[in-house]
Write a protein that binds this ligand. Structure first.
Ligand code: F6P
Length: 540
């Protein structure tokens, strides 16, 4: 049943509660409870969350968890894991969790256990990846593969590229992966610049196999290959496809023997642990890929079984709702203190914003409250020298997630301690700030006192793990997947469709022939669009 969150008793109680504590400072929260920093923490299989630097009390948390319960979180969670068709606008089950279920698990879709099929594809991927890695898969002229180019966009790109960067330390370094996504020809041109087609394998990744960007890039890749190899038979040795659409794969000219499938119950942005991860598996090997899946699965189990008050995705989800719906925060910063996670926030942008960027409730009514936040960020310490100023002293409240590791994968002198000193210092500074009295006590006078004062009271979560392993990466991704789910349930939206990207595609299809026409066509857009198109045609 569709429930407007603002009409739930817990929501009303939270509104009243917000009035009482909105002005309260994190300094006071900590002063009142010496154990707060140890108490407001939770852990899932070694992944540690400190949520004490949030503007919450025990009462806040109780009410937020009441809200989650009242919104039906536990029932919805069960429905998702058991394969009910909770993606109602597309009449689909939502079962990315089945992609990482152990071989002996049972997950039913329409009465059929999908786990054997999942593992059959994983086994085929592993065998293929091993051939490429060992050099026994050779190109058309008998040379082993040196570069794997993944062609895909959105969920068929962001996950693999993020994880390839994140797990670079685990990759076989004599094979390089490249990722082509943009329909801008520059992306393809730069990716293949200097490559030898004889040693290049293209993995065309597209759930639907109808996405214009991916098909355009795939066609360019085929022309690039054939320009050198001059024989259509070469395609079979240099192209594989990852898709749910065998008919379109064949139509493109890729033998379906070289196709790795997945299923319509896997959303694009939830698909990196399906065959969409093929390029990643080639890079890191099957064992590491399975370790990644084990991390995902561990977080699935945690989400499914841990009590709500100790459940990482639930805690992060409800705390996010607290800032989004009560404090009016519009964005969330994701700040990993690990260079390997340089693409993590870009990945989470699609995961979160495509999932929860909705203004229509499950029942079709327009919401009268805020839904998904803007997600952004980049790794520390770089961000500190760019946008942190606004987080510290700007006028906007920006809750932030700090993600760090106790051990570096590249230990070198003082680097890691310096990195982590900044990691701890930032959340401390954001929470506690620096008072005018403290500034004045340093001998600062006049208006400079105000300039140098830090209000503090900026909330953060801290996620700390031992080391960035494939397992931990899996845990982290699943943590955010489920956090997004928790929030989608509370906001009563369908987190699993993405109709909002359709209109732009339709209009682009209408404009394309106008740009490609031999003569300037009659244009029937608004005056701005007409004028811009005419100018483009005159200049091109
Ligand atoms: O941007 C819309 C979208 O449908 C995403 O949800 C998806 O990840 C992406 O396009 C790519 O789709 P496909 O894998 O079908 O090419």
């Amino acid at each position: 049943m569709s429930k407007n969150p603002t009409e739930l008793a817990a929501y009303r109680a939270l509104q009243a509660h917000y009035q009482n504590i909105q002005g309260k400072h994190l300094r006071d929260f900590f002063a009142e409870d010496a154990t707060r920093g140890e108490r407001l923490t939770a852990e899932a299989d070694g992944l540690f969350l400190d949520y004490s630097k949030n503007r919450i009390t025990d009462e806040t948390l109780k009410l937020l968890l009441d809200l989650a319960r009242e919104a039906g979180l536990e029932e919805h969670r069960e429905k998702m894991f058991s394969g009910e068709k909770i993606n109602t606008t597309e009449n689909r089950a939502v079962l990315h969790t089945a992609l990482r279920a152990p071989r002996d698990a049972t997950v039913l879709v329409d009465g059929e256990n999908v786990v054997p099929e999942v593992h059959e594809v994983l086994d085929r991927m592993a065998a293929f990846a091993e051939k490429v890695r060992s050099g026994s898969w050779v190109g058309f002229t008998g040379k082993p593969i040196k570069t794997v180019v993944n062609i895909g966009i959105g969920g068929s790109d962001l996950g693999p590229v993020m994880a390839y960067e994140a797990l670079k330390a685990y990759t076989q370094r004599d094979i390089t992966c490249k990722f082509v996504s943009n329909v801008d020809g520059t992306d393809f041109a730069e990716a293949v610049h200097g490559l030898n087609p004889e040693e290049t394998l293209f993995v065309v990744s597209s759930k639907t196999f109808t996405t214009i960007e991916t098909l355009t890039n795939a066609h360019s890749a085929r022309s690039w290959l054939l320009a050198k190899l001059q024989d259509d038979d070469a395609v079979a040795k240099h192209f594989v496809a990852v898709s749910t659409n065998a008919a379109e794969v064949s139509k493109f000219g890729i033998d379906t023997a070289n196709m790795f499938g997945f299923w319509d119950w896997v959303g694009g942005r939830y698909s990196m642990d399906s065959a969409i991860g093929l390029s990643l598996m080639i890079a890191i090997g099957a064992a590491n890929f399975l370790d990644l899946l084990a991390g995902f699965h561990a977080m699935d189990r945690h989400f499914q079984t841990a009590p709500l008050h100790a459940n990482l995705p639930v805690l992060m989800g409800v705390i996010g709702v607290w800032y989004n719906n009560f404090f009016g925060a519009e964005s969330v910063a994701i700040l990993p203190y690990d260079q390997y996670l340089s693409r993590f926030s870009a990945y989470l942008q699609q995961l979160d914003m495509e999932s929860n960027g909705k203004y229509v409730r499950v029942n079709g009514e327009v919401v009268n409250y805020q839904t998904g936040p803007i997600v952004w960020g980049q790794p520390g310490t770089n961000g500190q020298h760019a946008f942190y100023q606004l987080i510290h002293q700007g006028t906007k409240l920006i809750p932030a997630d700090f993600i760090g590791f106790a051990q570096s994968l590249n230990p070198s002198g003082r680097h890691h301690d310096l990195l982590m000193a900044n990691f701890f210092a930032q959340t401390e500074a954001l929470a506690f700030g620096k008072t005018s009295e403290e500034v004045a006590a340093e001998g600062i006078t006049g208006s400079l006192v105000q300039h140098k004062t830090f209000e503090g009271n900026r909330p953060t979560n801290t996620l700390l793990a031992t080391r960035l392993t494939p397992f931990v990466l899996g845990q982290l991704i699943a943590l955010y997947e489920h956090k997004v789910f928790v929030q989608g349930v509370i906001w009563d939206i369908n987190s699993f469709d993405q109709w909002g990207v359709e209109l732009g595609k339709v209009l682009a299809n209408r404009i394309t022939p106008e740009l490609e026409a031999a003569q300037t066509p009659e244009l029937h857009h608004d005056s701005s669009t007409n004028h811009l198109i005419r100018r483009y045609l005159a200049l091109k």
